[in-house]
Each structure stands twice: as structure tokens, then as C-alpha cells.
Design a protein around this ligand. Structure first.
Ligand code: CO
Length: 134
């Protein structure tokens, strides 16, 4: 059911420093910061040949990654995003098997303009999983 690894998201305490490290030390292609107010994050996309890295920093008072950074002050891997062909079919199949879909279970438009859902980390080896309809 899942396809490509769309991105790995890393929460960072200093977005400019993390972007500079990926650009200057690791030699990656790094975009400009983008505010995503509806998701409570500012994102920098790092383009790799086979996937993307998203550097996430909290935006606004209700950011979903603020608590994560409070627990992980140096930053850390926040979630993995896998592509699926049909997000509603994927959601229904996962629910039938007992996996928990976060929020109200209705896909939201993610950072790439495509529908996304998140799955409970306790159901997937402690890893928050994002599904994105490719
Ligand atoms: Co993501």
C-alpha cells in the first residue's frame, strides 16, 4: 500500500542554523523558509535525489511541534511521510486493522498541497507516520 518515502521531518530549535548546516556542511539543495500557519510550522525543504528532508520549526502559540522540541531541545526526527495512491482507501484499511488515525480522520492539505493524514506513533514502533496522497 505505501509507496515512496516522501520526506523525513526533523524538528529543529534553530531553523536558520539547521538550514545552513544542510546547505554548507552537507552540501544539499536547501530552499527558503515557508510559513505554514494552518499547520503551526515554518518549513525548510531540503531536496535530496531520492527524497526530501523537512526542517520544522514551531510557528505560533499552538504549534504541534512545540511540545516535541520541549522534550527534545536539540531537535530530532519528528515523522516519516509515505506516499499512498488513495488516502481514503488507506485510512479505511488502517482503521479496519485497528490503527489509530489522528485528529478527526479527515485528510488535511499538507505542505505540498496534497491530502495528508497522521497515524498514531504508538501503533507504529514509536514513529509518527504521515501519509500523503501522491
Ligand atoms: Co510531513
Amino acid at each position: 500500500m505505501i509507496g515512496r518515502l516522501n520526506h523525513v521531518a526533523i524538528a529543529v530549535p534553530d531553523l536558520a542554523a539547521a538550514a545552513a548546516q544542510y546547505r554548507d556542511l552537507l552540501g544539499a539543495r536547501v530552499g527558503a523558509p515557508q510559513d505554514e500557519p494552518e499547520h503551526g510550522v515554518t518549513v525548510v525543504f531540503v531536496e535530496l535525489p531520492n527524497t526530501k528532508i523537512e526542517l520544522l520549526h514551531p510557528l505560533g502559540p499552538d504549534s504541534p511541534i512545540a511540545a516535541f522540541l520541549a522534550r527534545n531541545p536539540a531537535g530530532g526526527i519528528h515523522h516519516l511521510c509515505y506516499e499512498v495512491a488513495d488516502i481514503i482507501a488507506a485510512r479505511d484499511r488502517l482503521r479496519e486493522q485497528g490503527a489509530r488515525v489522528l485528529g478527526d480522520g479527515e485528510p488535511k492539505i499538507g505542505a505540498h498541497g496534497k491530502p495528508v493524514l497522521f497515524l498514531h506513533p504508538k501503533d507504529f514502533a514509536g514513529t509518527l507516520i504521515e501519509l500523503e496522497q501522491a
